[in-house]
Design a protein around this ligand. Structure first.
Ligand SMILES: Nc1ncnc2c1ncn2[C@@H]1O[C@H](COP(=O)(O)OP(=O)(O)OP(=O)(O)O)[C@@H](O)[C@H]1O
Length: 257
């Protein structure tokens, strides 16, 4: 593994659903050891992109390369390097939290003793120590997010791909997750996360990509993308703000009469 090579390279990644391009020739490079935020409006193609990178969805064209391994021609090696938290994907929720962690750990080829030890540590770190014996189907949305993150981390991957990791997570757990991700990056790991919360991306990430209509219209070091503005201002400038026409929804004011 060359330390200078990017953790992730996307090269002309493309996916079409019927006549519509969800991802339209997206290219970007994620440096090793970076905390990389992916932002974009609803429907921009973020989840579709992450699904192609993690091997869930086959691209129509282009490549995703993880630390030198092509996800679609060398999937076993590429996937061994990745930990994935998909957004909204069903999991085996009839297992308990501990069982789900054990399943992921063993599937990743870890010895049972290591899985048990790491599982307990992850549950404790994420504030789920008392919930390991509860069925995942009975977890709250935030708890489900946290057990998903634990499953993504158990094999100590080199690249973490997290779709909306802070959604539905309370502020205390959010802080814990931020600390775990920072520790992961300090140890040489790389994080790619999508989020709609600009302040969070601005505070947490050192690199960012703005995705619009399936293309990266800006990407690189946070300060280069921001160009002296807040990320929110820059994002709105790049995406173009649609101002609502008051006339169109004038009936909303009918309750005044
Ligand atoms: N399975 C599918 N079949 C048809 N169209 C799809 C499918 N999946 C995604 N799309 C379309 O592709 C486009 C990109 O969707 P995607 O979910 O990747 O966007 P996103 O950036 O993750 O959006 P959001 O921020 O709202 O989660 C959207 O127009 C969506 O309707």
């Amino acid at each position: 593994m060359d330390l200078g090579e990017p953790a992730l390279v996307l090269d002309g990644l493309t996916k079409q659903f019927g006549p519509q391009y969800a991802v339209a020739g997206l290219s970007l490079a994620v440096p090793q050891g970076s905390m990389f935020g992916v932002v974009g409006p609803n429907g921009a193609g973020k989840t579709t992109t992450l699904s192609m990178v993690t091997g869930l969805l086959r691209p129509d064209a282009g490549r995703a390369v993880v630390l030198g391994h092509d996800v679609w021609t060398d999937p076993a090696r590429a996937k061994a390097l990745m930990g994935v938290l998909p957004d909204g994907l069903r999991t085996f929720d009839r297992l308990t939290g501990s069982e789900l962690l054990r399943y992921h750990g063993l599937l990743r080829g870890l010895p049972a003793g290591v899985v048990a030890e790491r599982g307990e540590q992850l549950l404790a770190s994420l504030g789920l120590a008392g919930d390991g014996d509860k069925l995942v189907v009975d977890y709250s949305a935030g708890m489900t997010k946290k057990i998903g993150l634990a499953c993504a981390l158990i094999h100590a991957p080199r690249l973490l791909l997290l779709d909306e990791p802070f959604e539905a997570v309370d502020p205390v757990s959010g802080q814990v997750i931020r600390q775990i991700l920072a520790q992961f990056v300090r140890g040489g790991g790389t994080v790619v996360l999508s989020s709609h919360v600009m302040e969070l991306v601005e505070n947490l990430c050192d690199h960012v990509a703005v995705i619009v209509d399936g293309r990266a219209i800006a990407s690189g070091a946070l300060d280069d993308v921001r160009q002296g503005q807040s990320l929110q201002e820059r994002f709105l400038g790049l995406v173009g703000v649609q101002t609502g026409d008051e006339e169109v929804l004038s009936w909303l004011q009918s309750s005044r009469d």
